[in-house]
Every structure is written in structure tokens, then in C-alpha cells.
Design a protein around this ligand. Structure first.
Ligand code: NAD
Ligand code: MG
Length: 398
């Protein structure tokens, strides 16, 4: 990870939020709107929710608002008529938003759709708050090369990676034995395999501790989220796969840990509220106020820890294997997972078929190399087609 000097920036800071209408985007805006004098919003982007995007643009007096779905251009133009906000539509306008002169960009788009916009922000050499873990999973080496070239700083937003970032002594790297990612276990941690196959999308997105978008909620239920986070951690902290452990901690109070050679283990704790890690990334290298509920450990009483269950949650091992294989395997893993999760949410496959689809797809990519961004785009596209073919092998669910 590359860290800039992080000198205190002059106020107001100019920020862009990619994916402003999502869970991460709305939490970021919540923080910004608590201190409006401190920020100038350069650009906001959304996929299709024009009403929410227009409201956000008006409230923050954003300079540029973009909807990725081109067919919504006139709706957005109309909703923002009479304001000074410029309007754009289509994937190229999302990239244009990322290219504009913000000095802090939240990468809050979900999935590989966030790769080009996030890379565009990285290439500007600014602070990029990274929530979009999928772009590191599908193009980790290339992203890091761009970070290195531009001098950008990646500020981890994922709560686990943000926790590690807070307790990782970068100048003591040889003294770090391993990092330990905590996992809530999701809504099915205590559910039998039989009941998991019958699980509905509504049950899968009902996360016990966190309020998140649909895709990451399903990823948490399969624990593929932890698999993706393992790969994300490998790239963010340059740790080998065998030095990244996963620990199930159902209360989601300890957000992750770093173990040192002297036996010390440093952890970051907090209530499960994304505004804390987002505030850390927004204020970095300083700390800023966040309204997250304060931790009352006496009232929580006990914190528990368990090992992950590989039989009911095979996704973690699939991600480990993809990381060990390297090359195109993580790209294919991510693409297949996006297709399988969408099919599950669409009630086309059963819950356990998600990991089966990923496994069948990734197996075809264990030896394929990735040399350039074009390779990532090609493998992502091809793996999506193959994953769709695998879906047809799954029994129709529910
Ligand atoms: P979400 O579904 O709530 O929001 C996604 C955002 O991306 C929306 O603004 C949507 O309009 C936009 N978007 C979706 N598809 C797009 C496309 N094709 N082109 C352009 N924009 C598009 O998702 P979220 O829960 O906010 O998650 C966002 C990212 O942050 C994901 O990568 C997720 O893994 C990560 N993350 C989320 C949380 C959380 O608490 N929600 C925690 C850690 C990490
Ligand atoms: Mg996380």
C-alpha cells in the first residue's frame, strides 16, 4: 500500500462519490452533510435511481451528476433543471465524473462495473476511499501498478480492511506474523445445509448486524464476501494468502486484527456502523466526528469466536484457491459470483448453487494469465458467459 504525506488539506475539500445512491454512498453523504462547510461535492454517480441522485445533487449543490443508465438521461436533466448541476449519462460519463478534479473519491460502485471509474480516480493520484472490493479482486496487480505509478493513496473502507489499516504498523512489516479478518458468519451461520438450499433471497439479504446493498448481503450469507475480502487484503496489505486468517465473530464488534512476532495482537473495535470506517477514510490522516452508536462492552457482555465451517461455506476456500492460482482465477471467481448472486436474487438458482456455479466456472481459469487491463475485461466477459452456462446445470430453486 502506498501512503501519501496526508498533509491537512485546505477547506472545503473537493469530493466525488461514485455510487452515491447505494449503502456506502448514502453513508458517505450522511457524514458530509453533517459538516457541509467542510466539503464541496464535485460529482455524484448512480446506476439508475434518478430521484435519489437528483435529491442528493440538489442537497449538496453537486457540480456534476451522472446516471449510468443512458435511458435515464432526460429524467435526470428534468429533475435537475433550474439548478447549476451539470448532468451526464452512460458509462463514459461515470468515468468522466471519476476524472474530474476531486481530491478525495469514494469508490462505492458495486461489482466489476466499478473497475474503470475506480482506476480513473486512481490515475489522478488522489486519495481513493476503496469500498468497491471487486475491482481489487478482478484486477489487483494492475490496480496496484496504477497506484504506484500515480502516487494515489488507497484508503480501505471495508470495515475489516479499515480496521487492519488502523492497527497495521507499516514501518514494522517484518514484525507482522499474520492478519486476521473477522466474519459475522451472516444470516445462515447456524442454519443446516438442507435449510440453506431452501433459503430465499429475502432471508439471505437480512444480515444480522449490517445494513448493506443486496449483492454484498448475499455475499455475506455465502461467506464469499470473506473470500473476496481475503483477496482484497492480500493486495491492500501485500500479505501472502497463508498469512491471512478468517475468524468468525458473530457480534461484529472486533472488525479485524493484526498479530505481531512478539505475541501482541492489535485489533480495532466499534459498533457495526459503516460511518466509522468511512469517517476514518474521509478524515485520514486525522480523525473526524462520526455519529455511530458508541460501543458499550459491558452491555454486550461476551464476544465469541469460532473457526469458519468449510462444508457449509465453501466460498472462502474457493477464493483462497483462486488467490493461490493467481492469473485470471480471481477475475473469473468475481465474475462468476456476480452472475450467480444475480441469478439467486432472481430466484433462478438455489442458495447453495451460488458456490457451485463459481467453482465450476473458476476451474476453467486456473492457468490463464493476465497481463493487461484488456485481459481482465475479456476474462470478466467470458467468465460471465461460462457462469451463465453453468447456471443451466443447477436445479431450479424454490
Ligand atoms: P449498493 O447496491 O447499495 O450500491 C451500489 C451503488 O453502485 C449504487 O449507487 C448503484 O447505483 C451503483 N451502481 C450499481 N451498478 C452500477 C453500474 N453498472 N454502473 C454504475 N454504477 C452502478 O452497494 P453497497 O452495499 O453500497 O456496496 C458498494 C460497494 O462497497 C461494494 O463493492 C461492496 O462490496 C462494498 N462494501 C459495502 C459495504 C456496506 O456496508 N454496504 C461494506 C463494505 C464494502
Ligand atoms: Mg467487510
Amino acid at each position: 500500500m502506498v501512503l501519501n504525506n496526508g498533509s491537512e488539506s485546505s477547506r472545503p475539500r473537493c469530493i466525488t462519490i461514485l455510487g452515491s445512491t447505494g449503502s456506502i454512498g448514502c453513508n458517505t453523504l450522511d457524514l458530509i452533510q453533517r459538516d457541509p462547510e467542510a466539503y464541496q461535492v464535485e460529482a455524484l454517480t448512480a446506476n439508475s435511481r434518478v430521484d435519489v441522485l437528483a435529491k442528493q445533487a440538489i442537497e449538496t449543490n453537486a457540480k456534476f451528476a451522472v446516471v449510468a443508465d443512458e435511458s435515464k438521461f432526460f429524467d435526470l436533466k428534468q429533475a435537475l433543471s433550474g439548478t447549476s448541476t451539470e448532468v451526464g449519462a452512460g458509462p463514459s460519463a461515470v468515468i468522466e465524473a471519476a476524472a474530474r478534479s476531486a481530491d478525495w473519491v469514494m469508490a462505492g460502485i458495486v461489482g466489476a462495473a466499478g473497475l474503470h471509474p475506480t482506476l480513473t480516480a486512481v490515475r489522478r493520484g488522489v486519495n481513493v476511499a476503496l469500498a468497491n472490493k471487486e475491482c481489487l479482486v478482478c484486477a489487483g496487480d494492475l490496480m496496484l501498478a496504477e497506484v504506484e505509478k500515480s502516487g494515489a493513496t488507497l484508503l480501505p473502507v471495508d470495515s475489516e480492511h479499515n480496521a487492519i489499516f488502523q492497527v497495521f504498523e507499516f514501518d514494522q512489516r517484518p514484525a507482522i506474523e499474520k492478519i486476521i479478518l473477522t466474519a459475522s458468519g451472516g444470516p445462515f451461520w447456524n442454519t443446516s445445509l438442507r435449510d440453506m438450499q431452501k433459503a430465499t433471497p429475502a432471508e439471505a439479504v437480512a444480515h444480522p448486524n449490517w445494513d448493506m446493498g443486496a449483492k454484498i448481503s448475499v455475499d455475506s450469507a455465502t461467506m464469499m464476501n470473506k473470500g473476496l475480502e481475503l483477496i482484497e487484503a492480500h493486495y491492500l496489505f501485500l500479505m501472502p494468502e497463508d498469512k491471512i486468517d478468517v475468524l468468525v465473530h458473530v457480534q461484529s464488534i472486533i472488525h479485524s486484527l493484526v498479530a505481531y512476532v512478539d505475541g501482541s495482537v492489535l485489533a480495532q473495535l466499534g459498533s457495526p456502523d459503516m460511518r466509522t470506517p468511512i469517517a476514518y477514510a474521509l478524515g485520514w490522516p486525522n480523525r473526524i466526528q462520526a455519529p455511530s452508536p458508541r460501543l458499550n462492552l459491558a452491555s454486550i457482555g461476551n464476544l465469541s469466536f469460532e473457526s469458519p465451517d468449510a462444508e457449509r461455506f465453501p466460498a472462502i476456500e474457493l477464493a483462497r484457491q483462486a488467490l493461490r492460482d493467481g492469473g485470471a482465477a480471481p477475475t473469473a471467481l468475481n465474475a462468476a459470483n456476480e452472475i450467480a448472486v444475480a441469478a439467486f436474487l432472481d430466484k433462478k438458482i438455489g442458495f447453495l448453487d451460488i458456490a457451485k456455479t463459481v467453482e465450476a466456472t473458476v476451474a476453467k481459469y486456473s492457468r490463464t494469465k493476465i497481463l493487461a487491463l484488456d485481459d481482465v475485461v475479456a476474462i470478466d466477459k467470458e467468465a460471465r458467459i461460462r457462469a451463465k452456462e453453468c447456471l443451466t446445470l443447477c436445479p431450479i430453486a424454490i
